[in-house]
Ligand binder design. Structure first.
Ligand SMILES: Cc1ncc(COP(=O)(O)O)c(C=O)c1O
Length: 389
């Protein structure tokens, strides 16, 4: 997923008090209190600005928490048929579907599930627009603002040669069926990059405002991080709504689940090769693939800020590069000891695999206020077997 680049967790938060031995290992634990706090912030932004906020399922589709999510957000955004079905089954509200290209064999079903269909190119509008219209979906076009705010090309939908969205400079006339525009070019960023991006596209928006009824500013806005300029955002969203006379949408993933979950694991063995190397039952490649893909170093719960014993942590797979990183421990860790990586609710749970026959992490919901814990999912051999044949 080009548009995500993992965030730096703000810290252990409520998880500093969580007893890691209460869950099987490995296990994602999501704090519903932290999730609710994020949702309250987003709801307040929505109320103040009139913008509708959708959950980007690609980031966080833990549907056991959908009843909580749908209390605060307007619906969900889907990247294809299966996410659109999940949105319909669990989240309700509005559904916006966007894909770099839709498949003819799936399109009717997607269009019937969706309130908004966002096409990536005028050619896709020409191919499927009439079908979308017949299904009653509003039709949008994703634009490439041609304004880069990210430093990493892999995560920049505005990078040269990008396949994501129609370059703004190539559009003279919008296809007639189009009633809205979509852009997504930020990556877990603050308000200033959004303000600069809007400044870059605003002449285009003003020039086409007669045709526009809605504007979707995508995701990548880390609104729930404490230092985000939410007042600035509300002012911008309100101004866009008023000057363009459009309904504004945001589709947020990271911001919804930011710092709301951990991945608990266990030390399996400690060996030495030029320093201590610990094998854990969390695999970078199977359970936190962004560690290798981004790459990034997830924060470890309770890691001393300075000093301590440096230990290289690696997963149980055969991949030589299944290495999570070097971490400080107060004392050399022992087999059986628990650990947890922070901020793993988004873009980890949705990306796990069973490569090497490695077990999928269980999923638990914790309430940090009441301390109640419920296991919502445990996987077994059958899940591995059923994905193969
Ligand atoms: C089209 C689109 N919308 C929304 C999002 C959600 O972004 P985030 O999770 O950074 O808010 C993404 C992420 O890749 C995306 O590609």
């Amino acid at each position: 997923m080009s548009q995500l680049m993992p965030t730096q967790s703000q810290g252990a938060g409520n998880f500093a008090t969580f007893d890691l031995s209460r869950v099987p290992s490995p296990c994602f634990v999501v704090d519903e209190v932290a999730l609710r706090q994020n949702l309250e912030i987003l709801h307040a932004v929505s109320q103040a600005s009139g913008a509708e906020i959708l959950l980007a399922l690609k980031a966080f589709s833990m549907w056991s928490l959908a009843p909580l999510v749908r209390t605060y957000l307007s619906g969900a955004c889907a990247s294809g048929l299966w996410e659109a079905k999940l949105a319909k089954a669990h989240y309700g509200g509005q559904i916006t579907s966007y894909a770099p290209a839709f498949k003819a064999s799936e399109f009717d079903e997607i269009a019937n599930l969706s309130d908004h269909i966002v096409f990536n190119s005028p050619a896709q509008v020409a191919r499927f627009g009439a079908q979308a219209q017949q299904a009653g979906a509003a039709i949008g076009l994703r634009i490439n603002p041609q304004h880069s705010e990210g430093g990493v090309e892999k995560y920049d939908p505005c990078a040269a040669g990008s396949r994501l969205g129609q370059p703004l400079s190539d559009i003279t006339k919008l296809p007639d069926l189009v009633s809205g525009l979509h852009m997504h070019s930020l990556c877990e960023q603050g308000f200033a990059p959004l303000a600069r991006t809007v400044e870059a596209i605003e002449p285009f928006l003003q020039a086409h405002k007669q045709q526009l009824q809605w504007l979707n500013l995508g995701g990548g806005h880390l609104i729930t991080r404490p230092d985000y300029d939410r007042d600035g955002l509300v002012q911008l969203l309100t101004r866009l709504r008023d000057t363009l006379d459009v309904q504004v949408y945001l589709e947020l993933g990271t911001s919804v689940a930011f710092d709301a979950g951990i991945l608990v694991g266990e030390i399996l063995d400690v060996m030495d090769n030029d320093g201590p190397v610990a094998i854990v039952d969390i695999s970078a490649t199977c359970h936190m693939p962004d560690v290798l893909e981004a790459p990034y170093r997830p924060a470890l719960l309770g890691e001393p800020a300075s000093g301590g014993q440096s230990v290289s942590l690696g997963g149980p797979s055969c991949l030589a590069g299944d290495v999570i990183g070097a971490y400080a421990f107060d004392a050399l860790p022992q087999a059986g000891q628990r650990l947890a990586f922070l901020d793993q609710a988004h873009y980890s749970m949705v990306k796990t695999s069973t490569f090497n026959g490695i077990a999928l992490p269980s999923i638990a919901i914790w309430n940090s206020q009441s301390d109640a814990l419920r296991m919502v999912k445990q996987f077994d051999y059958g899940d591995f077997e059923s994905r193969l044949s």
